[in-house]
Write a protein that binds this ligand. Structure first.
Ligand code: HAS
Length: 572
């Protein structure tokens, strides 16, 4: 489909704007891993303090980059699948809210007024502009769903009363229905707890209640990131390997199961919280295992799709067909395969470590250690990031009408990322068993071997993880060369919105798998069962604590802290 003018600008900038921020996010990741290993002997870089950098790293990479790319991708794929244009006016409103919100939050983080990490747990408190920025970003991201895609879909439905909802549209609708539902608890946390505290309107809030509301949102958030990647695996990947999606009903069932189980699982992030009743934690642990089921279905369907494609290309034998997959092909769009297969391999590790996290008693051994860091660098930092990088580069080339430039760089970048992240994951996981903490500038402890914080057994793993981090960043730089080359190349054809979408091998219609309503009702029932008591628990058992509200006259003493750590480091 041809795309021009304002709409083309919006789609393109929804990819380019977060990419520019991502460069900073990735560099700060490099700073973290080198500082944690004690290789970089400083607690600040470019004037950015360690925890300020950690906040920027998490917020940019996991919130801003993902949200923008998801909106851009879903905008484009809904438009392409329904063959109906988007409404410029609506898209501008969304764009202004998202960009404006991001700039507000970025201002707070870059000026040291919001070093609260991406989970913004109280009693850490940020400048109000951080919270308001997050709210605007989120509202902006929902605008296309309610005011563009749904009306477009209803119009399409009137014209095509008997056709099944296209699979990518179903994926986008499930993703954004989940997004809308999960926003409600975190909106309550921000609007009724954090913003009033930040503005100095109240003096104390209940941090346990805040954390419970946060994880009510925080775990489904990971499926907001994952489902667009699954949309790509189901619709684009089979086409790249010259085959078909193995089963359309299986893909639809997977999306519906995510709708059902993604939300009522948040207590698995709070197994160690004293104020919550154990039985409810166990119930959430059980539902967490249920939410792994659609990923198992996906593993099977994607592997079967790849096998079907490889056999069409002459692959034979039980394992021989693996050789026929286009790992290093530069033909057409096949370079994207490298991103998907690398992401899938990383997600095997992400899935296994996730199941360990979810296992109530094993979680006690790994919680708050670097194990968890390994887990999320193979999930959101693995499959999600790699598929989002692939689709970003692909969309830049089709929207600008240019060829993908420096394809060799684009092709090898994900493999470098894969090797780097695997090294990083394994080192962080093992170190976790030795108690290597997350979210700590452990590098400082290496400066003084006589200190009780000095742990020589962590050093080797932190150095190995630094090697992994460096390799992944080299991969990102290779990607950047191709991305910028493609962005600034001379157009050779008209701007288009299009995707290589595969047809399905098993394509029988199962009406229940295309109808979101019963699954949505099921999800609401599960939420209604799973959350009232933990929220009640948090409200009555959480200790209400005083926290210095953020205001300009009495800021979190960040500058003072920076000067102190700098002086201490220099003394040593
Ligand atoms: Fe998680 C913590 C449990 C999935 C992200 N998770 C986190 C955090 C993040 C995160 C960011 O139960 C840290 C939050 C913080 O800051 O505190 N997670 C799970 C479980 C799953 C899971 C059970 N997580 C994800 C995904 C994420 C993500 C997806 C991002 C996108 N996670 C937890 C728990 C914690 C946690 C606890 C709290 C830990 C703590 O104590 O703090 C499941 O959904 C995973 C299911 C996945 C599978 C894998 C299927 C495999 C596939 C690949 C197939 C490969 C093929 C290729 C076909 C069952 C689809 C084969 C090729 C060959 C050559 C063989």
């Amino acid at each position: 489909m041809q795309v021009k003018g304002g709409l083309r600008f919006i789609l393109l900038s929804e990819i380019v704007f977060p990419f520019l921020l991502l460069i900073l996010g990735v560099l700060l990741g490099l700073f973290q891993v080198l500082a944690r290993a004690g290789i970089l002997k400083t607690s600040h870089i470019f004037g950015i303090e360690y925890y300020q950098g950690l906040t920027l790293h998490g917020a940019i990479n996991a919130i801003v980059f993902t949200t923008f790319v998801i909106v851009a991708f879903c905008n484009a794929i809904v438009m392409y699948s329904l063959q109906r244009s988007l409404k410029s006016g609506i898209q501008w409103v969304s764009w202004v809210l998202m960009v404006g919100g991001t700039l507000m939050a970025a201002f707070a983080m870059l000026t040291g007024r919001a070093s609260v990490l991406y989970t913004f747990y109280p009693p850490l408190i940020a400048h109000w502009s951080f919270y308001l920025g997050v709210v605007l970003l989120v509202i902006g991201s929902l605008v296309p769903f309610f005011f563009d895609w749904i009306p477009n879909y209803l119009a399409w439905r009137r014209e095509n009363p008997t056709t099944r909802m296209p699979l990518p549209v179903l994926g986008a609708f499930v993703t954004f229905t989940l997004w809308f539902l999960m926003i409600i608890p975190v909106a309550i946390e921000i609007l009724f707890q954090l913003l009033p505290l930040s503005l100095g309107w109240v003096e104390e809030i209940n941090p346990l209640l805040a954390r419970t509301l946060f994880w009510f949102f925080g775990h489904p958030l990971v499926y907001f990131w994952l489902l667009p990647a699954y949309m790509m695996l189901y619709s684009i990947l089979p086409k790249l390997v010259g085959g078909k999606l193995y089963s359309d009903p299986a893909a639809r069932l997977a999306f519906m199961l995510f709708l059902l189980f993604s939300i009522p699982v948040g207590l698995h992030h709070q197994f160690t919280e004293g104020g919550l009743t154990a039985g409810w934690k166990l119930w959430h642990a059980f539902l967490t295992f249920m939410v792994a089921v659609p990923s198992f279905i996906t593993a099977f369907t994607v592997a079967a799709s790849m096998e079907y494609g490889a056999r069409q290309q002459g692959g034979t034998g039980l394992f021989g067909w693996w050789k026929k997959l286009p790992y290093f092909s530069k033909q057409g769009d096949q370079w994207m395969f490298a991103y998907f297969i690398s992401g899938l391999l990383l997600f095997l590790f992400g899935g296994i470590t996730g199941i360990v996290n979810a296992s109530y008693n094993m979680n006690l051994a790994v919680h708050n250690t670097s194990w968890v860091v390994g887990h999320f660098h193979t999930t959101v930092g693995g499959l999600v990031t790699l598929s989002f990088l692939a689709i970003s580069l692909y969309m830049v080339s089709t929207l600008r009408g240019t060829e993908v430039k420096f394809k060799g760089f684009a092709l090898y970048a994900p493999y470098l990322w894969l090797i780097g992240m695997l090294i990083f994951e394994v080192a962080m996981s093992i170190a976790g068993f030795y108690g290597f903490p997350r979210r700590s500038n452990t590098g400082l402890s290496y400066m003084d071997p006589t200190s009780i914080h000095h742990r020589p057994d962590w050093i080797i793993y932190s150095h190995i993880s630094a090697l992994g981090g460096v390799l992944a960043v080299v991969g990102f730089v290779a990607y950047m060369v191709s991305f910028l080359g493609t962005l600034f190349a001379k157009p050779v054809r008209e701007s288009r919105v299009e995707f290589p979408i595969a047809s399905a091998y098993h394509d029988n219609e199962v009406p229940l798998y295309s109808n979101m309503r019963p699954w949505l009702v099921g999800a609401l029932v599960l939420i209604a069962i799973s959350y009232p008591y933990p929220l009640y628990d948090s409200a009555v058992r959480g200790i209400v604590s005083k926290s210095p509200a953020y205001n300009e006259r009495f800021p979190v003493p960040l500058k003072q802290m920076q000067m102190q750590t700098r002086a201490e480091a220099e003394q040593k």
